[in-house]
Design a protein around this ligand. Sequence first.
Ligand SMILES: Nc1ncnc2c1ncn2[C@@H]1O[C@H](COP(=O)(O)OP(=O)(O)OP(=O)(O)O)[C@@H](O)[C@H]1O
Length: 210
Amino acid sequence: MLITARGLGVVLGGEPVLRGVDLTVARGEIVAVAGENGAGKSTLLRCLAGLRSPDSGELSVLGGPPRDEPAFWRDVVLAGDEPAWYPGLTAREHLELMGTVHGASRLDAEAALEAFGLHGRADAPPPALSTGQRQRLLLAAAFLRPSRLLLLDEPERGLDAGFRRRLAAILAEYAAGGGAVVMATHDAALAEAAGGRRVELAAGRVRSAA
Ligand SMILES: Nc1ncnc2c1ncn2[C@@H]1O[C@H](COP(=O)(O)OP(=O)(O)OP(=O)(O)O)[C@@H](O)[C@H]1O
């Protein structure tokens, strides 16, 4: 298993946010974590990314406790809130930079621009892109890097219906190559189109898993 969580509990501001969450994720699996606003989806992703230690329970990600360290991040990508962009660099240059830093990229910058429908705006700096185009760029950067585990927080944010279908295919292809995806999402159709297993969080517990 790439991820094994047993009885995960998190308390924030004195309130239990996760209460005994169990989750296992294997190679090649896509798990869509659903649930209403405040259900704890982002908190669960932060735990899986090693950015927040659980207050109770056991958690193993890629064979050990997740750690916010370079060795861990070589295999794991977290794409959530919009990052700070480098001033003066274009969309293409951001992807080229990512490819250079990470060496053996899964895609080169041109292929990523094509796959994420950004060719027409490749020479624009990110602040000059639309909201959905910036989200495409964030996802392109996430997929360009080599990784074994993708943690995505509401990847559908700002994306049009056509590109959400394309994203489902990109996710399915990533999983078919042996990677695992855990995504918090409010888009049930995206999860289903990607072939994802749905896990619903309610009041900090897993309510249903299909
Ligand atoms: N730093 C914090 N201190 C106290 N409470 C927090 C903190 N961060 C988050 N919370 C609370 O924890 C709960 C879970 O938040 P979380 O962001 O995990 O929810 P979510 O399921 O991702 O929601 P959404 O669908 O709105 O993104 C919410 O009630 C939130 O207000």
